[in-house]
Design a protein around this ligand. Structure first.
Ligand code: PLP
Length: 359
């Protein structure tokens, strides 16, 4: 059995070219005689690696100068606690629930006081993201939190919020770098790396510098954005190898033509797959067309009893990880930046054959 294409939601595919480069450099990075994994994070060999990674990211997203970039750990879920610890300062905050992850963020934050729901689409099973105009928050809130792309439900916002009164905190774990965004529309952006950035173990934070001064005094040093920022993400040892890999991915995206080109490519991949699902009487996707995720495409077979056979037969063809999340069932194809169009075409070809053999 060989994997042709990996549709995992995360950890997920990393561009082949990046893996090849990492392999070439694995034992001896640029004539240092060391692997990146063996380097002191404070050494003169390693510093250019983290600096280039940050510069690459700033360039891709056109991050304004008054935003800090942090390379932390703990995954997106640790931010569920770090966001209130670093921002709340005994005020209130509002949360939008557009799927499993943002609802979980809201629930996790309940250990703090005055955490409110701004809008939720739970009652319609998250088939649509609550319209940004419907978000019900208070101007006194410390922040409004939402998730730009719901990885499990396949629900994505395609606009940046235009809200000036309150800083917006956004979980972009599964669609960061899939297209350009206006960073200045956000107060804080965070993302676990293992979907569209690189290996697991790295969490990216982009934070407007005036938001660094609200941390609760009891915030541990490693969890304080401010202290990490003052120490270039090195108040403790950062995930050095993942940062190196992320830097290679940023270069790869730049070589692809930057995020404008990457977006075109992602639109194409997602639309061929949705078009195929929509014309079929065998498969379906019930997410509102205006919110259909370009990164995570959940779909179902009308005869649900065929789902596990689909997954097993797809795997025999080298199409991996098509099973839907255990909470929602069905099927899901995650088609992040690293998934080539050939992978989507191979999936569609398999779906056609499976339909033919089972009707
Ligand atoms: C995967 C994911 C998470 C969880 O990330 P961890 O790195 O496992 O903590 C949170 N939010 C979104 C949108 C995700 O896709």
């Amino acid at each position: 059995m060989t994997c042709q294409y990996n549709f995992s939601a995360g950890p997920s595919m990393i561009p082949r070219a990046v893996l090849n480069q990492a392999q070439e450099e694995l034992l001896d990075w640029h004539g240092t005689g060391m692997s990146v994994m063996e380097m002191s994070h404070r050494s003169k060999q390693y510093l250019p690696i983290i600096e280039e990674a940050e510069a690459g990211l700033r360039d891709l997203l056109s991050i304004p100068k008054n935003y800090k970039v942090l390379f932390l750990q703990g995954g997106a879920i640790t931010q569920n606690i770090m966001v209130p610890m670093n921002l709340l300062a005994n005020r209130s905050a509002s949360y939008v629930a557009s799927g499993y992850w943002s609802k979980r963020t809201y629930t996790d934050a309940q250990v703090f006081s005055n955490i409110n729901m701004a809008a939720s689409s739970e009652s319609i099973n998250y088939t649509q993201a609550p319209n940004m105009k419907s978000w019900n928050f208070s101007k006194q809130d410390a922040y409004v939190h939402f998730c730009l792309n719901e990885t499990i439900h396949g629900v994505e916002y395609f606009e940046d919020p235009k809200i000036d009164e309150v800083p917006i905190v956004c979980d972009m774990s599964s669609n960061i770098l899939s297209r350009g965004i206006d960073v200045s529309s956000y107060g804080v952006i965070y993302a676990g790396a293992q979907k569209n950035i690189g290996p697991a173990g790295l969490t990216l934070i982009i934070v407007r510098d005036d938001l660094l001064d609200f941390a609760d005094k009891k915030t541990p040093t490693t969890l304080s954005w401010k202290i990490q920022s003052d120490n270039n993400s090195m108040i403790n040892t950062p995930s050095t190898f993942s940062i190196y890999m992320a830097g290679l991915v940023f270069k790869w995206l730049k070589e692809k033509g930057g995020l404008k080109e990457v977006e075109k490519f992602n639109i194409k991949k997602a639309s061929v797959l949705y078009d195929f699902i929509d014309q079929s009487d065998f498969y379906y996707n019930d997410i509102d067309i205006s919110n259909r995720s370009r990164m995570n495409v959940p779909f179902r077979i009308k005869d649900d009893s065929l789902t596990m056979t689909f997954v097993a037969e797809a795997e025999k063809k080298g199409l991996y990880q098509l099973k839907g999340h255990r909470l929602v069932g069905g099927l899901r194809a995650s088609i992040y930046n690293a998934m080539p169009i050939e992978g989507v075409n191979a999936l569609i070809q398999f779906m056609k054959e499976f339909e033919k053999n089972n009707t």
